[in-house]
Ligand binder design. Structure first.
Ligand code: UDP
Ligand code: MG
Length: 312
């Protein structure tokens, strides 16, 4: 019998877990032709999530869990999951039921037909501001024009991956991970399913700009390379200011004439080049920062606790 693993990274999901499990149980009891495993990766939750997962494990031996030593973020939590899932294939799902389990039977069907990566594509992008949408479009545009593999839009982490994809992903040990890109990078035989992504059933999304900003400040004092990013931001601001100054002096000179010849061009050029130089150093810094982080060769995550029978 083929084994299907469901990988669920969970961070402070005490409100959603009681709603999630019955849905999964329904699915597992319905699809009797497969052996099932649910692997929860508790990503350093501060609430009661871990105890709830343990209680679920006590009642249902199809559930396994690993608990990380602190909050490492979803990308790293998923890597931990890749290392420990035991199935012939794996479905990655959020804990908040934004990814409907009802799609899984269809994914399994495609998998049986020989597809290695059955991904769910959102038909709608959900509630989102205009500016955020533009940023996201720009982001995809840049990726699309600079990479050699196809970057899929409106596709999240919700997907079924064959064992060959899991093994491929396990080999990518980068600590700064953009997993969505990795799914595209590994290639293999892909198949798309369209679905409507709903809102969270309970709890709040872990992503908001302020919490990310606070975390960043905290990081500066301990061990990030964020000051390098500061250089690129300052550089852009100066270059932009120089551009405005150029316009200002241009019209001022036209209307009022010049007092000291050459001052205008001089100041504009100096500011502009200075800005561009800082910008470039900043961009270099971004890459050096990443090299710095990778060369430390830290383990990407640490496990504090897991259930008794789990083997790597
Ligand atoms: N998550 C995680 N670690 C984090 C943040 C989130 O494991 O540091 C998990 C979270 O429990 C959920 C999934 O990642 O299962 C998606 O999180 P969320 O719903 O907050 O993201 P969104 O759906 O808003 O993109
Ligand atoms: Mg969510």
């Amino acid at each position: 019998m083929k084994k299907v693993s469901i990988l669920i990274p969970a961070y402070n999901e005490e409100k959603t877990l009681p709603l999630l499990y019955p849905e999964l149980k329904k699915l597992m009891d319905y699809e009797k032709n497969y052996e099932w495993e649910i692997l929860f990766v508790n990503d350093g939750s501060q609430d009661n999530s871990l105890n709830m997962i343990k209680a679920l494990r006590a009642a249902d031996k199809r559930i396994n869990f690993i608990s990380l030593s602190r909050n490492f973020g979803k990308e790293i939590a998923m890597l931990a999951g890749f290392d420990y899932v035991t199935g012939d294939c794996m479905v990655i799902m959020d804990a908040d039921l934004q990814d409907p389990p009802s799609l899984i039977p269809q994914m399994l069907e495609y998998w049986e037909q020989g597809y290695d990566d059955v991904y769910a594509k959102r038909a709608n992008r959900g509630k989102e501001s205009w500016i955020r949408k533009q940023f996201s479009l720009l982001f995809y545009k840049i990726l699309e024009t600079t990479t050699r593999f196809e970057v899929l839009q409106n596709v999240g982490d919700f997907r079924l991956l064959d064992r060959c994809c899991i093994d491929a992903l396990k080999q990518i040990r980068e600590s700064e991970r953009y997993t969505k890109g990795m799914f595209c990078w590994i290639g293999y035989n892909k198949k798309e399913i369209i679905f409507n992504r709903g809102d969270r059933i309970a709890g709040v999304s872990n992503w908001n700009f302020r919490s990310l900003f606070n975390l960043a400040i905290e990081g500066i004092t301990s061990f990030t390379t964020a000051p390098l990013r500061f250089a690129s931001i300052i550089g852009s601001i100066i270059a932009f200011t120089a551009f405005i100054a150029a316009l200002f002096y241009f019209f001022k000179t036209i209307i009022f004439g010049e007092s000291v010849r050459g001052f205008t061009t001089l100041i504009v050029v100096v500011l502009f080049l200075g800005g561009i130089q800082l910008l470039c150093i900043g961009i270099l810094g971004e890459y050096i920062g990443r090299i710095f982080n990778e060369t430390k060769q830290r383990p990407p995550y640490l496990i504090r606790e897991h259930n008794e029978k789990i083997v790597k």
